[in-house]
Design a binder for this molecule. Structure first.
Ligand SMILES: Nc1ncnc2c1ncn2[C@@H]1O[C@H](COP(=O)(O)OP(=O)(O)O)[C@@H](O)[C@H]1O
Ligand SMILES: [Mg+2]
Length: 230
C-alpha cells in the first residue's frame, strides 16, 4: 500500500476568459504523504487557491493526473467527486463560516449531519466533543461565535473540518484574519491533525507558520517548486 495520500503529476489549469487564455497552474507536481504537512507560499494571484480547489475537488485541472490514496481520480463525475470531498477532505478558510445562531458544538455537529448519514445522537455528541477537545476548546462547546475571539472561532471551524476524520486537511490562509499569537494556536490545532496521520496542506503568507510545516513549496507564476531551507 502506498503512503501517498495525494499525488499530482503535471497539473495544468488554464483560464479561458474573453481575453487570451491564461495558464494559472503550469505542470504542478505535488505529493503529500500520510501525516505530512506542506506549506504553500506565493504572492497573491500566484494560483494557491486554485491549487487547493483542485486538491479539494472543487475544480478540475485541464491536464495532468491526480491520485488520491492510490486511486486515479483525474476524471471523475461530479457526483463521485462530491462524495470524495466529504469523505476524504476537511476544509478551513480565512473566513470561519460559522452559523452565528448555533453553539460551537452545534456548528461542528452540522458537518456530521450533512456528511455522514445518520449517527446515533450520543455517538455524534462524543465525536463533536472529541474534535473540540483536539483543538483545545472543549470548554467553549456551548458558546456562540459572537462570544468568542477570532482564533477560537477558527478553531471551531477546524474542529468542524476534523470531526469527519478526513485524510487530508486543506487550509487556505486560515490565519489571515488573526493576530500572530492567536494564529499560532490555530497552527497548533491544524498540526494536531497530522499526528493522527492526516495530511495537511497549508496556504500561508506567514513565514513562521510555513516554517512549522514539514516542508515548504513555493508557487511562482503557476510553477510549484520545493523551497530549500537556508
Ligand atoms: N474564477 C476566476 N475567474 C477569473 N480569474 C480567476 C478566477 N479564479 C482565479 N482567477 C485568477 O487566477 C489567478 C490565480 O488566482 P488564485 O488561485 O486565487 O491565487 P492566490 O490564491 O495565490 O491569490 C489570479 O490571477 C486570479 O485573478
Ligand atoms: Mg488565495
Amino acid at each position: 500500500m502506498t503512503d501517498a495520500l495525494i499525488e499530482l503529476n503535471g497539473i495544468t489549469k488554464v483560464l479561458k476568459g474573453q481575453e487570451q487564455p491564461r495558464t494559472i497552474l503550469d505542470g504542478v507536481d505535488l505529493t503529500v504523504l500520510r501525516g505530512e504537512s506542506v506549506a504553500i507560499v506565493g504572492r497573491s494571484g500566484s494560483g494557491k487557491s486554485t491549487l487547493l480547489s483542485i486538491l479539494g475537488l472543487f475544480d478540475r485541472p485541464d491536464q495532468g493526473t491526480y491520485h488520491l490514496v492510490g486511486q486515479d481520480i483525474s476524471r471523475l463525475p461530479e457526483r463521485r467527486a462530491a462524495r470524495l470531498r466529504s469523505s476524504h477532505f476537511g476544509f478551513v478558510f480565512q473566513r470561519f463560516f460559522l452559523l452565528k445562531h448555533l453553539t460551537s458544538a452545534q456548528n461542528v455537529s452540522m458537518a456530521l449531519v450533512n456528511g455522514q448519514g445518520w449517527l446515533p445522537r450520543r455517538q455524534r455528541r462524543n465525536r463533536v466533543m472529541e474534535a473540540l477537545d483536539q483543538v483545545g476548546i472543549a470548554h467553549l462547546a456551548k458558546n456562540r461565535p459572537a462570544k468568542m475571539s477570532g482564533g477560537e472561532q477558527q478553531r471551531v471551524a477546524i474542529a468542524r473540518a476534523l470531526v469527519r476524520d478526513p485524510q487530508v486537511l486543506l487550509a487556505d490562509e486560515p490565519t489571515g484574519a488573526l493576530d500572530t499569537e492567536t494564529g499560532t494556536a490555530v497552527i497548533d490545532a491544524l498540526m494536531s491533525a497530522t499526528t493522527r496521520g492526516c495530511g495537511l496542506v497549508l496556504v500561508t503568507h506567514d513565514r513562521d507558520h510555513a516554517a512549522r510545516m514539514g516542508r515548504t513549496m513555493s508557487l511562482v507564476d503557476g510553477v510549484l517548486t520545493e523551497r530549500v531551507p537556508v
